[in-house]
Design a protein around this ligand. Structure first.
Ligand SMILES: NC(=O)C1=CN([C@@H]2O[C@H](COP(=O)(O)OP(=O)(O)OC[C@H]3O[C@@H](n4cnc5c(N)ncnc54)[C@H](O)[C@@H]3O)[C@@H](O)[C@H]2O)C=CC1
Ligand SMILES: CC(=O)C(=O)O
Ligand SMILES: [Mg+2]
Length: 370
């Protein structure tokens, strides 16, 4: 198969869909890989390394899209990228369609086969192609939150870990999944007072066993979220209902009652966000204020640590990329129900139920297309 690797074009996005080692896996299996010149340069992955892995170079993204049967990316395609997709071409990347009607419409129009990393499931449960970036974003959420508690960044001037004689700050984590767990590790490490909320009691049990009385686990409901958020200095939002728009756990009214200078980090913003006051921001301008509360809502947090993130992402994505290239999309999806769960849009139809529901679109089961 002819596989294409364009450079990412989202704001401050330096990750790349294939490392030279991943390219080598594909060329070793007899596939050809066309890499946009400079695609990995920002994170030290040179054209020479890609050439040594067996790739050929393209001058620009237009050439990559025109000549490839499968495009491997990181972030959801931007409008100019959607316009370059064509019927039958495979797009393998993050999509996050539920909160994004424009992108969904563009992918439907393209006729392309759009496989979303974030809805591919794993034999052991969970979302193995989302997990590595959730690990990164969860850890970063505490760094970003702690930094924005500083006065110069709009925060209340609290040191999250406190000092002897002065209590630590209170970090509240909504969602005890991958983001939540990695945020929790960092917050505990910094010495913050940590409360984590989830509806999944088994997750809370597991965390309680590991962290004991260094954290507080709380069942998530309207009352407990309200109590925790009102007492918080930093709130990290990491809830997810796979493929669907994030539930709005924190209302505008509740934000208005929070401590002035508290910080919200809405990691779930790529699925629309779990705070009613959130809207997506970029690394160039990561925050905005609502009622004296700092909102950090960057939709591609791992892009800031792009080198670490690129390697972590490739570890999780390359196996399915290779299968798609070896078998073609129909056979690969027929053979693997977990990969089939990644199909969000194909041949002009929405093939993921939660996306169809969120956007009021007709849903067509993937099986009918295979
Ligand atoms: N902004 C960014 O750069 C990034 C964003 N993300 C996003 O972070 C979000 C979380 O991802 P993961 O941690 O991997 O998901 P996950 O599936 O591992 O965890 C989500 C957790 O939310 C819990 N949950 C659902 N409804 C809840 C409620 N009402 N109250 C409390 N908990 C609730 C679930 O039980 C689950 O434990 C996703 O939207 C993901 O796309 C992930 C990576 C980067
Ligand atoms: C998961 C995601 O949206 C990201 O890594 O940017
Ligand atoms: Mg988007």
């Amino acid at each position: 198969m002819r596989i294409g690797l364009p450079q990412e074009i989202k704001n401050h996005e330096y990750r790349v869909g294939l490392t030279p080692a991943s390219v080598r896996e594909l060329t070793h299996a007899g596939h050809s890989v066309l890499v946009q010149s400079g695609a990995g340069a920002a994170i030290g992955l040179s054209d020479e390394q890609y050439l040594a892995a067996g790739a050929t170079l393209a001058a620009d993204a237009a050439e990559v899209f025109a000549k490839s049967e499968m495009i491997v990316k990181v972030k959801e395609p931007q409008p100019q990228e959607c316009a370059m997709l064509r019927p039958g071409q495979i797009l393998y990347t993050y999509l996050h369609l539920a909160p994004d009607p424009e992108q969904t419409e563009a992918l439907i129009r393209s006729g392309a086969i759009c496989i979303a990393y974030e809805t591919i499931t794993g034999p052991g449960g969970g979302l193995p192609l989302l997990a590595p970036m959730s690990e990164v974003a969860g850890r970063m959420a505490v760094q970003a939150g702690a930094a924005h508690l500083e006065k110069s960044k709009g925060g209340m001037g609290v040191l999250l870990g406190g000092v002897p004689g002065v209590p630590a700050g209170h970090c509240v984590i909504l969602g005890a999944g991958v983001v939540g767990t990695h945020a929790l590790q960092m917050a505990v490490g910094l010495g913050a007072r940590v409360t984590v909320l989830d509806k999944n009691i088994d997750r809370l049990r597991q965390l309680d066993l590991v962290f004991g009385n260094r954290i507080h686990t709380v069942y998530s409901n309207v009352q407990s979220v309200e109590e925790a958020v009102l007492d918080a200095d930093l709130v990290i939002g990491g809830v997810l209902i796979p493929g669907a728009a994030a539930p709005k756990l924190v209302t505008r009214t509740l934000v208005g009652r929070m401590k002035k200078g508290a910080v919200l980090v809405d990691v779930a913003i790529d699925q629309g966000g779990c705070f009613e006051t959130s809207h997506a921001t970029t690394h160039a301008e990561p925050t905005f204020m609502v009622d004296g509360v700092v909102h950090y809502c960057v939709a591609n947090m791992p892009g800031a640590v792009a080198r670490t993130s690129t390697f972590a992402l490739n570890n999780a994505t390359i196996a399915h990329a290779l299968t798609l290239a070896n078998k073609g999309w129909k056979q690969a999806l027929k053979d693997n129900a977990h990969l089939k769960n990644g199909l969000n849009v194909a041949e002009g139809k929405v093939t993921y139920e939660a996306v169809a529901q969120a956007l009021g679109r007709a849903y067509v089961g993937a099986d009918t297309l295979l």
